[in-house]
Design a protein around this ligand. Structure first.
Ligand code: GAL
Length: 749
């Protein structure tokens, strides 16, 4: 493109579509909105999901732009739920079915470019059975509205639609990069010059190439080759080096503008083999979690910062190495961050168990194309999911999807998530949801027991736990422990079996769902974090499996209360940690050191400590009937105290805490940050069953998403502050009766 104009601000919205809205706004009532936008905002829980399944209208006036020199005006939508019809100046551009993939319309012939062009979008959020994933039941909500970015891309008459980069031997000292350029030419065949450069992270050009090309009318392709690339760094989770490729195309006619296409690229190999997953030739056990791209109240419609933050939570808080984008292509902003921080991604097409008719299947195959063409240059994406999650075998359909993914992208393997044993393996990797762990002896089955094959194949466990053990943050300590143990057991089984490439748990965050799933409250409490991304105990299973050099983890799985469990006391006590030893001090007693880890998880990098009466006589941690005391648990690394967990023996709500993820938001468009609120005891721990009522008030160019007065859930809760794009100071006051008010200042600039 020559120029990209963001169309995030200045929209008019009507929650109800009426015929004729594409021709005139007058006579209908609209409210001003900006993107990303949820057509219907929802309560946290216990709502009727049909309330958002409506058809709504968005209108905006395009800014003035020049069409001189044969420029083209392309409208690009990153995602509209769930089907979109688009008009400019009352004339139809087309319809796109599917809410998770981008689409573009060439609007040149409909536009005047004088600042008066009217763009209208009919956004259909109904669960139309003709559009994947709909037609059956699905365990998640799909929400509504223009919930991702919209752009007006001005491009040259010879336009670069897309570029696919391919490096045949990323591990070679001297590499070459083939750039397959996909061009669009609205005129007759033309001659021009194509150029490409590769820039290192500091912006220095490391290689460039230029070649004369002939671009035929309509759509066509050609290749450029960057050769003799030496001294480049590989992309990996520990060192995610990104290069930037800039391609340009300029027609020979005098005065014709050049079109450019810029993207980031990382050199790496990623291969699932029968004996595991190999990144850059080295075996890496995959430890992952599934992610839904949903938040309370606004569903999918969260700005870039929140999308990126989810990737950060997965990488730095949960410290997993892979996210599965269950069950659809997720926001490019999330994937941008995965590329930047080295979080691997398994991306899949939209769908959940149901397969529709031939037209439906054709759309699902089109989803494969849209997903692969959108994300084929991202180093984070290591596997394409080309099946409908957990559907039945359908060889003709899935052979077609698989062939298409391979033909579009020869560099990546394919999978397709099933729960079926002996399902026909048409893809490269048998990707299996293994929910065998029901509390009994089996944590994961062997791959041959699942595939029924007489030989080993690349094999990845893509879900476990989830509905087998839903756990709320407020559930009792005994349930929390079992939740922790189940995550530990599956990971231990995965680490113990070299024929399993890794295991990706269900799931990172609790999510809103249909009435047919979850706990009746429209929430699946399946996350290791709650819907606000506040950790449950099980979340520490993951971080504790990484070395202390990435941060010391010490999480005793206890509420530290004498009478919380079904028998008095806190033993056996599971301590999730990457420390070498731990010490426990009860009241004024002497510290008891424990150096031996629990033996039940021999394959984990850092099995937990499991402290029981063999280590501590019950009278040392206070038997039933004795006085309950404060607790101090210390984690030691190399003999030095590296972390402490303190517990109050007589917890009372002492402080109100309100912590914002960001103190600065970007002006210009919607932005948002999370504020986590808790009522803490004397040791600084949120009261596990605290339900204080909290109010938040806001001044400045921002609003609070969801209610501004709410009860804490298990001692904590979060809300989001959404800025409007207008610069200024935002002041948030958080109050709870009897506790000091907290004031947060957030700068929008
Ligand atoms: C799986 C499904 C997920 C989720 C999960 C709950 O069967 O693929 O979307 O519903 O169960 O455990």
């Amino acid at each position: 493109m020559i120029e990209r104009i963001g169309l995030m601000n200045g929209w008019l919205f009507s929650p109800e579509w009426q015929d004729g809205m594409e021709r005139r706004a007058e006579g209908h009532s609209f409210v001003p909105v900006s993107l990303p936008h949820a057509a219907t905002e929802l309560p946290l829980n216990y709502f009727d999901e049909r309330s958002y399944q409506k058809v709504s209208c968005y209108r905006t006036t395009l800014p003035a732009f020049s069409l001189s020199g044969g420029r083209r005006a392309i409208l690009r939508f990153e995602g509209v739920m769930a089907a979109a019809t688009v008009w400019v100046n009352g004339r139809l551009l087309g319809e796109h079915k599917g809410g998770y993939t981008p689409f573009e319309f060439d609007a040149t012939d409909r536009c005047r470019g004088d600042g008066s062009d009217e763009l209208t979008v009919r956004a259909d959020a109904r669960e139309r059975p003709d559009v994947p994933p709909f037609g059956g039941q699905i365990d998640y909500l799909t929400y509504s509205g223009i919930y991702r970015e919209v752009y007006l891309d001005l491009s040259a008459p010879l336009r670069i639609r897309n570029v696919r980069a391919e490096c045949a031997s990323p591990l070679a000292a001297e590499k070459s990069l083939t750039l397959r350029v996909f061009a669009a030419n609205a005129g007759g065949a033309a001659r021009g010059t194509a150029e490409a450069s590769l820039l290192d992270p500091s912006g220095r050009v490391v290689a460039s190439v230029s070649a004369p090309v002939t671009v035929s009318a309509g759509e066509s392709e050609f290749s450029l080759e960057l050769t003799r690339l030496g001294g480049l760094f590989l992309w990996s989770p520990d060192s995610p080096t990104l290069y930037t490729a800039v391609c340009s195309l300029k027609g020979d006619c005098p005065g014709e503008p050049a079109d450019t296409f810029t993207f980031r690229y990382g050199f790496r190999t990623a291969e699932f083999r029968p004996d595991g997953f190999y990144l850059n030739g080295e075996r890496l056990k995959i430890v992952g979690l599934n992610r839904h791209q949903a938040w309370p109240y606004v569903g999918y419609a969260m700005p870039a910062r929140s999308q990126r933050r989810d990737a950060d939570i997965l990488k730095y808080e949960l410290r997993v190495n892979l996210a599965r984008t269950s069950h659809y292509p997720q926001s490019p902003r999330f994937l941008d961050r995965c590329d930047e921080i080295g979080l691997l991604v398994f991306e899949e097409i939209p769908g959940w168990q149901h397969i529709g008719d031939d037209d439906w299947k054709a759309l699902a195959t089109e989803n494969v194309r849209e997903m692969v063409e959108r994300d084929w240059n991202r180093p984070s994406v290591v596997l394409w999911g080309v099946r409908i999650n957990e559907s039945q075998d359908d060889d003709a359909f899935y052979a077609r999807n698989n062939a298409l993914a391979h033909c579009l992208d020869r560099s990546r393997q394919t999978g397709g998530v099933r729960y079926l044993e002996r399902s026909r393996l048409l893809e490269d990797v048998y990707t299996m949801n293994d929910f065998s762990l029901d509390g009994g002896a089996v944590a994961l089955r062997s791959q041959r027991a699942v595939t029924g094959l007489d030989h080993d194949v690349p094999y990845l466990v893509t879900e476990y736990n989830g509905h087998m053990y839903p756990t709320k943050k407020t559930d009792s300590e005994e349930r929390q422990i079992e939740h922790v143990i189940r995550h530990l057991r599956v990971q231990d089984a995965s680490f113990g079996d070299p024929l399993i490439a890794g295991a990706v748990g269900w799931c990172a965050f609790d999510y809103n769902t249909h009435k047919d799933f979850g706990s009746g409250d429209r929430i699946c409490h399946h996350g290791v974090m709650d819907i606000f991304r506040i950790p449950k105990f099980a979340s520490y299973v993951y971080a504790s499996q990484t070395p202390p050099s990435r941060g010391v983890v010490l999480k005793p799985v206890t509420r530290w209360a004498r009478g919380e469990r079904s028998v008095g006391g806190i033993l056996p006590l599971v301590v999730l940690t990457n420390c070498d030893s731990i010490g426990i001090t009860f009241g004024a007693n002497e510290e008891i050191r424990i150096t031996e880890r629990g033996g039940e998880y021999p394959n984990l990098p850092y099995p937990p400590f499991v402290v029981d009466s063999r280590h501590i006589p019950p009278e040392k941690v206070g038997a039933w009937g004795m006085v309950w005391e404060d607790g101090l648990i210390t984690g030691y690394v190399g003999g030095e105290a590296a972390a402490v967990a303190r517990f109050a023996g007589n917890p009372v709500g002492e402080t109100l805490a309100a912590v914002a993820d960001d103190r600065e938001l970007a002006a210009g468009a919607k932005d948002a940050t999370r504020v986590v609120v808790s009522v803490n005891d004397q040791a600084g721990n949120p009261l596990p069953y605290g339900d204080a009522v909290v109010s938040a008030t806001i001044e400045g160019p921002a609003r609070i998403l969801g209610p501004s007065t709410f009860a804490l859930i298990g001692g904590s809760r979060a809300f989001w502050v959404e800025s409007s794009g207008t610069p200024g100071s935002v002041r948030v006051a958080v109050t709870a009766e009897g506790l000091d008010t907290r004031i947060l200042e957030i700068d929008v600039r």
